[in-house]
Write a protein that binds this ligand. Sequence first.
Ligand code: FMN
Length: 305
Amino acid sequence: MNYCGLKLKSDLFLAPMHEYTNVGFRMLCKKYNAGLCYSEMIHVDSFYRDEEYFLNFPEKEKPVAVQIIGNNLKSIGYTCRVLSEYADVIDINFGCPMEKEAESMCGAVLLNFPKKIEDIVKTAVKSSSVPVSAKIRIAGTVKNTLKIGKLIEKSGASAITIHARKIKDNYAIKPDLRVIKELKNNLTIPVVGNGGIDSYEKYKEMKETKCDAVMIGKASLGNPLIFKDIKENKRALVKIKTQTELLKEYISLDKKYNKHYEFSYTKRHALAFMKGFKGSAQIRNKVSESKNEKELLKVIKHIDI
Ligand SMILES: Cc1cc2nc3c(=O)[nH]c(=O)nc-3n(C[C@H](O)[C@H](O)[C@H](O)COP(=O)(O)O)c2cc1C
């Protein structure tokens, strides 16, 4: 598919996920058919202070979408200028509901301040030499969300992702597909649908909105094969052997390509991988206790496959 000037092999995207979508995990999902992978959100003020730390995008993983969050126009402009050399798409987060972000007027809270959204998108577009997209949630009503969508498009964004839940909705709430359809019917830029996709059937249902691509978050954690399985319309059984192999593959990719390999990420991913099979709860307990990679690998090595 074509998206933001990129030729992608799949219309299934990996969602940006804080503390999860690091280099190794993005590369693993890409290997198993994710068309485009989004980085964890990068706060523009932190980037402004220490850009070297965040510039961690190996050539081998391209194309990559890098997500930013913030509201300081100077930091946004600076971050977009620098990131343009590394990212293929720069995505702006207007969907994060976390209190910490809301208190500093970043993320989903901005859906209540359309003028600020306009300023942020315009600044990002002006400062970037790559396409800029925005990720939003339902802004109260479908009608109001469409208003925001139109504003984002008019401000120069090349695409929009809609997480079809409201700000206060938790992940158990069924996404409202009407909002995706409404955006798709009324905007000319590509629309990416997001929320609750964990099977071929749900992917198909979301695609009925005519959205250009479907973004997967939680269901990919511990299951990077989901991108391949959905495309092939199969539901693979969770097997210990596959899970341990995938985890080892993640570790090897992250160690090879991540400039700042961190064990805390490996442990978090290991806890996600070690789920869904007999005895997984005990394994997770042991993984939780591991203090370094050596200890963690010892736990995996002793799993009775
Ligand atoms: C652990 C976690 C971290 C997340 N971090 C981000 C983030 O950094 N930026 C963002 O736009 N959304 C973030 N999200 C939201 C996801 O991108 C996605 O919109 C949401 O999980 C809904 O998709 P899903 O139902 O397929 O999980 C996060 C979600 C989870 C579960």
